[in-house]
Design a protein around this ligand. Structure first.
Ligand code: CDP
Ligand code: CDP
Length: 219
């Protein structure tokens, strides 16, 4: 039987990774956080002191390093990468790197390879439109920018990351704009995706809705 693919896209803070992760756990599918891959390469660029505008050096680095998921954890050249990819430094730079076509090609090839022989829930910006165009279920999660910023602020506060609501809202707005306006695989809803506004919904309500939609498609 062909593996099942669930594609979840949407802007920052819409609830993609929380929902995708929990859904994968319940369905016993593999969860792939593609944003973590773009964050991972950005983290390496910063760590190695590479100029964010030096696209040649960034592409060379992406070809050289090995980004991999093992049991849901991200590894770069066999080193486990955790919360360091969620820092403000990474968040502020990631969309500059994610708009480079050669970087996207490397990431997309790796993402498609993972989905060849297992059931996956994959979240990102271009999963339904580009990475897994034949996914059996495509979802596009949204929420107001105020709600998304509030959620992210709350999340970082709980992890004792020093930041402000204003700073987060500015970062999210800027990233959304760059992701939506880039020429290569921009953030846009796939024609065959189902839109879910998460603003006033609980995580459990959304998961139940998705499980219902999946049942309609694969049973
Ligand atoms: O968690 P959050 O929504 O803040 O972002 P993320 O999913 O970790 O993604 C970080 C950034 O990576 C996004 O703002 C995009 O610039 C980029 N990204 C992308 O271009 N394509 C994807 N499939 C996933 C992420
Ligand atoms: O992956 P993405 O950036 O789309 O969002 P996320 O990191 O999954 O969600 C951001 C925060 O919002 C998390 O702390 C979630 O627990 C929270 N959230 C929520 O409170 N209510 C929802 N309906 C969805 C997410």
């Amino acid at each position: 039987m062909e593996p099942i693919k669930i594609a979840i896209d949407g802007p920052a803070g819409a609830g993609k990774s929380t929902i995708a992760q929990e859904l994968a756990k319940r369905l016993k599918y593999t969860y792939i956080d593609t944003g973590a891959m773009y964050r991972g390469i950005t983290y390496e660029v910063i760590k190695r002191g590479i100029d964010i505008n030096d696209q040649t050096a960034i592409i060379e680095l992406a070809k050289k390093i090995n980004i991999n998921f093992v049991k849901g954890d991200l590894y770069i050249d066999d080193v486990l990468i955790k919360s360091e990819i969620r820092s403000n430094d990474v968040s502020q730079r990631v969309s500059y790197i994610a708009r480079i076509p050669e970087i996207r090609e490397i990431m997309v090839n790796a993402q498609r390879k993972i989905a060849i022989n297992q059931n996956v829930v994959m979240d990102g910006r271009d999963i339904g439109t580009n990475v897994l165009v034949d996914a059996q279920l495509k979802l596009f999660l949204t929420a107001t920018v105020e709600e998304r910023s509030r959620r992210r602020y709350q999340e970082l506060k709980e992890k004792s990351v020093i930041t402000s609501l204003k700073e987060i809202e500015e970062d999210i707005k800027k990233r959304d704009k760059m992701d939506e306006e880039r020429s290569c695989a921009p953030l846009v809803m796939a024609k065959d995706a189902i839109k879910i506004d998460t603003t006033e919904k609980t995580i459990e309500e959304i998961i139940q809705q998705i499980i219902y939609l999946l049942g309609e498609r694969i049973n």
